[in-house]
Design a protein around this ligand. Structure first.
Ligand code: HEC
Length: 133
């Protein structure tokens, strides 16, 4: 299943690969937009610094990290036993509808229907830490 969102993300990933992922350069215009969204929509529960668990686990380095493995955070079984690594598609699906993508998750977030906003957020999450490609 190749949705429009998935194609958009793939195109976006290609642009990122060409331009690098550091915030501030043009492809990172989206990472910057994602950062603003992160502060508005995720920041109440998540921090982006290393080891900064809060209501939710730190999202520092979440891209490329196995789900449910931020040190010191107590996850639901749904995430702890998910067994996958967070990549573009997993993050996109989870942000679109957390409870559909990970039934039983304790993340109380209704989901983001806008594929462009999700792409921005994923770009921002990619820029955060050691999991960068
Ligand atoms: C109301 C609080 C809350 C909000 C808002 C929230 N989250 Fe979460 N998030 C959580 C909790 C709690 C968990 C742990 C879920 C579990 O263990 O089932 C989580 C888990 C996650 C994970 C999995 C992390 C891992 O280490 O496997 C990701 C990715 C994530 N959130 C991203 C986001 C993003 C991006 C946003 C903003 C669009 C967001 N969350 C908004 C509470 C929240």
């Amino acid at each position: 299943m190749k949705t429009f969102g998935a194609r958009l993300l793939a195109a976006f990933a290609a642009v990122l690969a060409l331009c690098g992922t550091s915030p501030g350069v043009s492809a990172a215009g989206s990472a910057a937009a994602g950062g603003a969204q992160f502060r508005a929509k995720c920041g109440i529960c998540h921090k982006a610094a290393p080891s900064a668990n809060s209501i939710g686990p730190t999202l520092y380095g979440v891209f490329g990290r196995k789900a449910g493995t931020a040190p010191g955070y107590h996850y639901s079984d749904a995430i702890a036993s998910a067994g996958f690594v967070w990549d573009e598609e997993r993050l996109d699906a989870f942000l679109k509808d957390p409870r559909a993508a990970a039934p039983g998750t304790k993340m109380s977030f209704p989901g983001l229907p806008d594929a462009g906003q999700r792409a921005d957020l994923v770009a921002f999450l990619k820029s955060l830490g050691p999991g960068q490609p």
